[in-house]
Write a protein that binds this ligand. Structure first.
Ligand code: BEZ
Length: 187
């Protein structure tokens, strides 16, 4: 699949008659909230884990030297904690462009901290997209992040802001914190 997902996403969900919808954020959507929302609540999704396995050619790297950003990988039994936003469907006109480098919208069940649930959407870059980089040792991922930079800034800033946001949420993410530790050890 082409890494530009704007047109794919426009065809994926019919929002006619829908006033608002929950969106689950597990990466930059936790700390870069450049869209209006009606409500915001910490939430989790089950069966997915956060990994720095997606290449970033347009935000935190370049086509010649891509950075690494997070996507979700299926893992039975895993819980991924993040932030949920109840948004008007027109927010996706902006977010589909912002997250166009390989991310498709999927339907998922969100669990809020009080145990209640709601259906919502989540952006996932699956391994069949052209920008997918895949598994690498945490130290190698950190080395790539340390040197990459793109139109949205340094890839290291993305990692450090995400790690800080996850700690503020009380989220356990062994992978993110391990890559962060490798980055700091090499600094
Ligand atoms: C997120 O924070 O949920 C997100 C991460 C990457 C692309 C799109 C959304």
């Amino acid at each position: 699949m082409s890494s530009n997902t704007v047109e794919h996403n426009r065809r994926r969900h019919d929002f006619s008659g829908v006033e608002s919808i929950w969106l689950f954020g597990y990466g930059s959507l936790i700390y870069k909230v450049d869209f209006p929302y009606l409500e915001q609540k910490p939430a989790s999704i089950q069966g997915w884990t956060r990994r720095f396995w997606q290449g970033s050619h347009d935000h935190r790297g370049t086509p010649e030297a891509p950075g690494r950003v997070v996507t979700l990988i299926e893992q039975p039994g895993a819980t991924c904690k993040g932030m949920a936003y109840r948004v008007s469907p027109n927010v996706f006109e902006h977010l589909d462009v912002r997250e166009k480098n390989g991310y498709l919208r999927f339907t998922t069940t969100l669990t809020f901290d009080d145990g209640s649930e709601a259906e919502g959407l989540v952006y996932i870059a699956t391994e069949d997209n052209e920008a997918f980089l895949g598994r690498a040792p945490d130290a190698a991922i950190a080395r790539q992040i340390a040197t990459a930079t793109g139109p949205s800034g340094a890839n290291s800033e993305y990692l450090l802001r995400l790690a800080d946001s996850l700690r503020a949420l009380g989220a356990e993410c062994t992978h993110t914190f391990s890559v962060e530790a490798c980055l700091k050890a090499d600094a």
